[in-house]
Every structure is written in C-alpha cells, then in structure tokens.
Write a protein that binds this ligand. Structure first.
Ligand code: GLN
Ligand code: ZN
Length: 763
C-alpha cells in the first residue's frame, strides 16, 4: 500500500481569516484569546480537510512565519527581545514586526524584506521568512510548547499527525551570523536541542517526524555537506522515525549524500526533480521510505493523473509499501479552494486545482495505486477530459502568437545605435539639466483613488465618471511635479491597482481568481494572476493615460510599463511550456505597447523589472541560463525604439553585484535602483564593473516615513559621483510613492530637487 501524506497546508484560511484576525489584533481591536481561537479553528478545519491522508502535517501552522516559530522552538531569540516578559505570541510579533510602521510593511511584498525583522525570500518562492539571527555566543534551549499544543489538538481530532520541523542544517543555512562568525560552529550546540525535541516527540507517542532540509537542493560546499553527516549521525539514535524532506529543486550531487544519511525516509520533489526519483529508489537502503512529491505544490494546474500513474505504478511495483506520495512541497504556496471561484470562467476553472483539489488528486492517485485504476475510473476519466480540453483549447493556443515567436531573432532586441550615440541624440531632444530629477512612477494612492477604483469595478461608477476622476488625479500629480520643479514627470499610476495585475487584465491569455490568495509574509497575501494561454495584446494598455498626462505639461512625461520578466515572476505560470517561452510572449506584447507610446510622442519610457532578481534559480549553475532569456525578453520589449527615445528601467533590491553584468546587457539608457537604505553601499558593484549607461541611485527611502534632508541627499549623491561620472547620474527616490502620503512626499521631493540644484551649482 502506498502511503499518502502532506508536507504542510496553507494557514491563511480560504477567506484569509488569519490575515484579518492578525490585523485586528495588531490594531488592538481584538484580544489575544480571540486571535488564538481563530488559529485553533483554522488548524481544526485544515486537519479535517486532510483527514483522508494517512499522515497529516502538524506544526505547519504559524501565526506569522514557520521559520520564526522554529527560532522560538530552539530558543534562538534575537537580543532585542530577550528578557522581554510578554506573551510568547506577542514576543514573536515583536521580532517579526519590530516597531515598523504599517506603511513600511505595505511595500515589502514588492520590494523584498523591508519590515522590522529581517525578511528574505523562502528559496525561490514569493514567501518571505524572518531570518534567524546568530552570533558566536548563540545558545539554544528547547521550547516544545507550540508543537505540543498543536499535536495535542491533532490527536484530539483523531488525525494521524506527523510533526513538521525545519532540520538543523537548513535552519543554520537560512540564518545570518550578525558578527560574521561561522554559523556551522553552532551545530554542536544545536544538535542536543534537536535530539531532545525528537525524544519529546517519542515520549508523546509520535512515530514519524518530517524534518525539512531543502538546503539540499542548493550547491553546498564540503563543510555544509559534512554538516549533514554530523547532524543526522547525531540524531540517528532517537526513537522516532525521520522523513527528511527536500523540495523546490534537484538534489543532483547531493542525492548520494541524502540517500546515505541514517534516516528512515526521503521526500523528493518529483515536479522539479523527476530524475532524482529513480536514482533515489536505487540508492536508498531497503529499510527506507521514498516519498514522491508527485503533485505540484506551487502551481494551480490540475495534475495529469494518468500520466503520473504511468511512472508511479512501476515505482510502486518495485518499492511496495516503501512508496509514499504527497504534493511536491508544502501547499502553503497555493490558494486554498477552487470551489469559491464562482466568477472564474468555467472552462479555465476545469483546468485548475487549488490546495483542497490537490488533496483530492492525491487520494485518487493512492487509490489507483493501491486498488487499481479501475477503482477510480470515473475520476481518472474526468481528469483526462480536463487535461485534454486544456491541451487542445484554442484559448490556450494562438497560432498568430506562436508564429510571431518564430520570427524573433537577435536583431529584435538590438537598439539601432550604441549608447553614446543615443545619449547625444536624447540629450539634444530632452534638453535636461545635469543631475536630472524624476520619480519612479506612482504617487500616493489616496482613499479617493481606491474608492473610485472599487466603485468602477463593481459597476457603481460609469466609465466616463471614472475616467474623469483618474484624469483629475493625473492633473493633480502633474501640477505638484511642476510646482516642485522635477525634470521628467510621471502620470502617477492612479488607475493601477497593482503593477502586474493591471497589465494582466489587459492581455489575452490571463485569468484572475477572486480568492486565490497566497501568503507572502505575515498577514500579507498576494493574488497572482493566472497566465493560462498564449499572450497577446488586443489594444494599447497605457497610451491614453500617458497621452492625457503629456498634454498637461511641456516637460517630458515618462511612459510607465511593467516588464515581461516581472509580469512572469509574479504570476502563476503555464506548466505546458517553458517559462522562457511565456516570457518571450509577454515581451512581444510589451514591445507593441512601447512602440505605441513612442508613436504617441512619448520620449521617455520606463519598463520596471522589479522582480528580475526574484526569478534567479536556486542553483548558481543555472543563473546564466535564466539571465540570458530574461535579459533577452527585456531587450525585445524595450529596444525596438528610435535612438531619440530614452528607455529607463527600475529595480528595487539592494543585492546587485552578482547580476550587474547582465543588467548592463539590457542596455537601458537609464536604470533607477534602490540604494538609500544601504547608504549607497550597493554602488560597490560599480567599483568592479563599469556600468556604461546612466544611473539613478535612489536617494529617498520610500519605505520609511522619514523625510530626507537636502544635505543627506547631497551627501548620498556625492558618494555616487565618486564612482559614476556626474554626467550619467540621475536624482530620484528608491521606488514608487504609492504607499506614502502627499504631505510626506512633497517635502521629501522638494529637498530632492533642492539637492539637485546644489549639486549642479557645485560642479
Ligand atoms: N512604477 C512602479 C511604482 O512606482 C514601480 C514599483 C516597484 O518597483 N515595485 O510604483
Ligand atoms: Zn521599486
């Protein structure tokens, strides 16, 4: 009999109950007990959903973050909350959120980890975890309270609970040594705490423990590989059985290591690492379970169950009871329930599976393996029909788009002239001063703007009235920018709810869910649009707004677009073609928009690639491949313009050194980047690499309510001018201003413009 299990379930709730309960509690509108009750209720509901499985994850629920919870279990609290005598939950929130303002958090989803506790991406997902903090003196002490509580609840419900913990090596790997000490030196101190935890589980009568070690899918040096051997040797004498879980990628050279560890089972993500499965079946000792993640835990497509059975059945024949099946990773990264999506087009809906539907799929697979396909003939036939419908659908396959893709060649991404020639023509055309000033695109999204957009969406506001309201906002933004004396203006993006959704809604090949929320961090969720078909642009998407804005001023107005790579990286993408292919389709659609803007007289066009870095593969060895097609997609989108048209791009992250050469290949005339928080440290990248074109290093940290002074801005730009010739510098904020208030933005930009004047005068 194949055993079924799950690595984790989304905790946010089908209606984002956890999000709302958390935010209510943080606003002091509910009690801690009320919040805890919501948590308990969600856990109960989620376990009931999973009750058909042989083993269910427990301890996967976290009020804020599972890595933060693990830090508490291990007694690894950062210095700033040690000795804080509050409730443990409040203490966790303090570590996670610090004293940051609400608006600072608002922006972290798009611009990576900026809230109080340091946050960073959970592997290559869009989930962000709170980074464990270490120093040479870090000690660990066991706190079993959270796990014991959750295991008790699961037991009371009668589900067969398998506690989930992050393994010791990955835990260290995820953290950061604040004093630059060697994290691995902490392993001997950490292992006894893990041993005690496992003994505690044994005492509770637990048989299996899922110990997550996804670090095994990354490139590890010898020290880290040795750490796995040390760690699991130390934990091998415990009285529980260990299922070591890997996910998100291939084990490759670490497969042999993983299979030789003294563990009782290994989980492999068969969506990303199908080839590892067969190899692991041979390498694992006969006593070991092989858990196969056969259902994609990170995407929203139905699994082709028949095709999956074709390769699972022989595996089952050889492994017998040693075969376990599960989703590829925790379902944390999928929305909860497709059944809520009443408005989604029925045909597209028939192709999808959210977390609950994935559990149904798992059940069908298990029954087919254990009792034969005939026992689930109806379910398999139904699944086959859906798979066939998607494969053949004319809504997915657009011959014109496929044809256009075949015509792409190297010339498409090539500007007519080299940068120096373009720069001269652009300078003549735009007649900008030295240290030109601009902003990144959005201006404050006021309550009126949000209200008008909501009313328009729900049909309470007609198109003409809505348009007039947005035009008023554009006019206001233009007037403010003129009064401030900015050099290159923006229209302010009032009409955009979100920089990806706005474009998705205007492109063919995209669908939108109503409740397809996925946790990004803490209480924050994102609802990624669903890229289901070949992408085309039925009509211009931004031209009218930009034209209207340009008509309000004699200064140059920047056209504002989201780039193909960012649109791709923030969407649920197709699994029936490579991401690079979908990206090229998006590139052609954005290219058409760029050319239409140019045709409409727009002289400066910015194409945001905020999420370019997020798409980097987990393994360095694969970076080049990704960067090659991602950069090429940007070039296709951007570089069809005349020499006189100035292309900008914007990126908001502080890690730059490792991809700067690729960014230069994009060949944008101007790049604006995040730098102010790092005090221009980021510009170190430019010591080693001479970036050839123009740069606007952000001088106003828009994540903070602080207003930078003129002197601060001058100081930052002076630092920048030590590395980049002043003729190639721009003065601008870090990112868009949509989360700020007008009364913060105006004084900050006033100081920014004054700083630019000072810099010009000091030449
Ligand atoms: N143009 C967008 C804005 O200003 C860019 C946002 C981003 O980079 N995250 O809001
Ligand atoms: Zn940004």
């Amino acid at each position: 009999m194949a055993t079924t299990h799950n690595l984790g379930f989304p905790r946010i709730g089908a209606n984002r109950e956890l999000k709302f309960a958390l935010e209510k509690y943080w606003k002091k509108e509910s009690s801690r007990d009320e919040l805890k009750a919501v948590g308990a209720h969600l856990r109960e509901r989620h376990w009931k959903h999973q009750s058909r499985l042989d083993l269910v994850a427990a301890g996967d629920f976290a009020f804020y973050d599972q890595v933060l919870d693990m830090s508490f279990t291990l007694g690894n609290l950062p210095e700033r909350v040690r000795g804080f005598h509050g409730d443990a939950l409040d203490n966790a929130f303090r570590v996670a959120r610090g004293g940051s303002s609400e608006s600072a958090e608002e922006h972290a989803a798009c611009c990576e980890g900026v809230a109080a506790g340091e946050m960073t991406k959970w592997f290559d997902t869009n989930y962000h975890y709170i980074v464990p903090e270490f120093d040479a003196a870090t000690q660990f002490t066991l706190d079993t309270s959270r796990l014991v509580e959750q295991l008790g609840e699961a037991r009371a419900l009668g589900v067969n609970a398998k506690p989930v913990i992050i393994g010791p090596v990955t835990y260290l790997w995820l953290g950061k040594a604040k004093d630059d000490s060697d994290k691995l030196a902490l392993l001997p101190r950490l292992l006894p705490v893990y041993a005690a935890l496992l003994d505690h589980f044994a005492a509770l009568g637990i048989e299996w423990v899922q110990i997550d070690e996804p670090a095994l899918v990354t490139e590890l040096d010898t020290q880290w590989r040795d750490a796995f051997v040390t760690a699991y040797d130390a934990l091998s004498q415990r009285r529980v059985r260990l299922l070591l879980a890997t996910y998100f990628g291939q084990l490759q050279e670490n497969l042999d290591l993983a299979c030789k560890l003294p563990i009782d089972g290994l989980h492999i993500d068969a969506i990303n690492a199908r080839d590892d499965v067969g190899a692991a079946a041979k390498l694992l000792p006969d006593s070991s379970v092989l858990s196969v993640g056969a259902i994609n835990g990170r995407n929203i497509w139905k699994t082709d169950l028949n095709a999956t059975l074709d390769w699972l059945e022989p595996l089952h024949a050889s492994l017998g009871d040693r075969l376990w099946i599960a989703p590829s990773c925790s379902l944390l990264h999928t929305p909860v329930d497709l059944a809520s999506e009443m408005k989604l087009d029925a045909e597209i809906r028939s192709w999808l599976a959210f977390a609950l539907q994935k559990l149904d799929e798992l059940d069908v697979l298990a029954r087919a393996l254990n009792d034969g396909r005939a026992s689930v003939a109806d379910a398999l036939a139904c699944n086959a029909a859906a798979i066939a419908s998607r494969r053949a659908s004319s809504r997915v396959h657009n011959p014109a788009v496929k044809e256009a893709l075949t015509k792409i060649d190297a010339t498409l991404g090539q500007r007519a002239s080299a940068y120096e020639t373009r720069a001269q023509k652009q300078a003549a055309m735009l007649a900008l001063p030295a240290y030109p000033t601009t902003t990144i695109g959005s201006f404050p999204q006021t309550n009126e703007i949000r209200h008008a957009r909501r009313q328009f969406r729900s049909g309470q506001l007609d198109a003409t009235t809505y348009r007039a309201a947005m035009e008023r906002e554009i006019t206001r933004a233009v007037k403010e920018q003129e009064a401030l004396g900015l050099d290159v203006l923006v229209h302010g993006e009032a009409e955009r709810n979100d920089m990806v959704e706005y474009f998705g809604e205007r492109l063919d090949g995209y669908a939108f869910s109503e409740f397809g929320w996925v946790q990004s961090y803490g209480s924050r969720c994102v609802k990624p649009p669903i890229l289901f078909g070949d992408i085309s642009r039925p009509k211009p998407m931004t031209v009218e707004w930009t034209r209207y804005a340009q008509a309000q001023t004699r200064k140059p107005m920047k056209g504002m677009l989201t780039g193909p790579v960012t649109i791709l990286n923030w969407s649920f993408v197709r699994d029936d073609q490579p991401r690079s292919e979908s990206c090229r389709q998006l590139a052609l659609a954005i290219r058409a928009e760029v050319l239409d803007l140019e045709e409409a007289g727009v002289r400066v066009i910015q194409i945001d690639e905020a999420a370019l870095r997020e798409g980097l593969p987990l393994r360095r060895a694969q970076w080049d491949g990704y960067l090659r097609w991602a950069v090429e997609a940007f070039r296709i989108a951007a570089n069809g313009v005349r020499d006189e048209t100035q292309i900008h791009t914007h990126m908001c992250y502080s890690e730059f050194n490792d991809i700067i050469a690729s960014i230069a290949v994009m060949d944008a005339d101007v790049i604006t980047i995040e730098t102010s928080r790092s005090n221009m440290e980021l510009l170190e990248a430019f010591d080693h690499f001479k970036y050839p074109n123009q740069i606007g290093p952000g001088v106003y940290d828009i994540h903070s309510p602080n207003i930078p002074s003129e002197a601060q801005i001058v100081a930052l730009m002076t630092k920048a001018a030590e590395r980049i010739p002043r003729e190639r510098l721009w003065v601008n904020p870090d990112c868009g201003l949509k989360t700020r208030q007008w009364d913060e933005v105006i004084p900050a930009l006033r100081n920014m413009v004054a700083a630019a004047h000072t810099l010009r005068a000091s030449a």
